[in-house]
Write a protein that binds this ligand. Structure first.
Ligand code: OGA
Ligand code: MN
Length: 287
């Protein structure tokens, strides 16, 4: 049973839901102090998702805050990197009627984990609200540790040890991804990952799925692979594994990509600006 943890300079208040905790009373400028950073990383490992309310941060302030969680990895798509602080990218998911919108939102509309098309995907992502629409635009999170543990034992036995191919695009995805430059294409060949991954910090297993990138399971024919992936997807779509973060400007949310999926609700008014700053934290090879 979760209890409120007092980390000295801040409080970790578990969310009454499938995952997550709210960090209260933290002065973000202190986050890089070794004791504070260690407390934040422990809270992230325990709860998989942290909500850190506060004032909007400049890209440089966000870079400094993010370093409490690990080293940065730059975002693949160059055009999203901010010029002054390349570690921090800007995600514009404003919906435009004329179709000129950045398609980030549409691609993020279905459940995914960041960067699984990379051999070493980002272990965590920080998203920071700069401008939000007047309604809607929640970000949803799915606890993939809980989803794995809730599978029937026979399914867990069947899928443990299976490997899957992730690509930048797959016919299984609902929406097409952003275009890549020739250099970005060269950097993103298909990769293979375990279907069930073990968390390096605590040894706990989680399903490692991505509805936008996971193309097929190694060693199964297409029909068999699709059937199994559809079955696992349906399992993960159950609301009991989900929690929605409702944004307030200045919020910074951090999630663990190794044991969660996320998606955005594309239900906000056309033309209203939705702008987030984003940082990816370097991970390790899934096993
Ligand atoms: C992301 C993402 C969702 C959102 O930044 O990786 O999926 O709510 N964002 O903008
Ligand atoms: Mn994402």
């Amino acid at each position: 049973m979760d209890t409120l943890q007092d980390m000295g300079t801040f409080k970790v208040v578990p969310i009454d839901g499938a995952l997550g905790a709210r960090i209260e009373g933290l002065d973000r400028a202190t986050a890089t102090r070794p004791d504070v950073a260690a407390g934040l990383r422990k809270a992230l490992g325990d709860h998989l998702l942290l909500e850190v309310p506060g004032m909007p941060m400049t890209p440089a302030e966000m870079r400094d805050f993010s370093s409490a969680f690990g080293r940065f990895r730059p975002q693949l798509l160059r055009y999203k990197r901010t010029s002054e602080v390349p570690e921090v990218s800007v995600m514009v998911s404003t919906l435009m009627a004329d179709g000129t919108t950045d398609k980030t939102a549409l691609r993020s509309e279905d459940w995914h984990t960041d960067d699984s098309y990379m051999a070493t995907p980002a272990k965590a992502t920080l998203l920071h609200a700069i401008e939000i629409p007047s309604s809607g635009g929640n970000t949803w999170f799915c606890n993939m540790r809980a989803a794995y543990e809730a599978l029937p034992e026979a399914t867990r036995k069947r899928i443990d040890g299976m490997r899957a191919i992730h690509g930048y695009d797959t016919a299984r995805a609902r929406n097409r991804p952003s275009a890549r430059t020739a250099q970005e294409i060269a950097e993103t060949p298909d990769v293979e990952h375990p279907l069930v991954r073990t968390h390096p910090d605590n040894g706990r297993k989680a399903l490692y799925l991505n509805f936008n990138r996971l193309d097929h399971i190694v060693g199964l024919d297409r029909a068999e692979s699709d059937t199994l992936l559809d079955e696992l997807a349906e399992h993960c779509r159950q609301p009991r594994f989900h929690f929605a973060h409702e944004w307030t400007v200045g919020d910074c949310v951090i999630w663990d990509n190794r044991a969660t999926m996320h998606r955005v609700d594309v239900d906000y008014p056309m033309g209203e600006r939705r702008i987030m700053q984003r940082v990816l934290i370097e991970g390790d090879r899934p096993f």
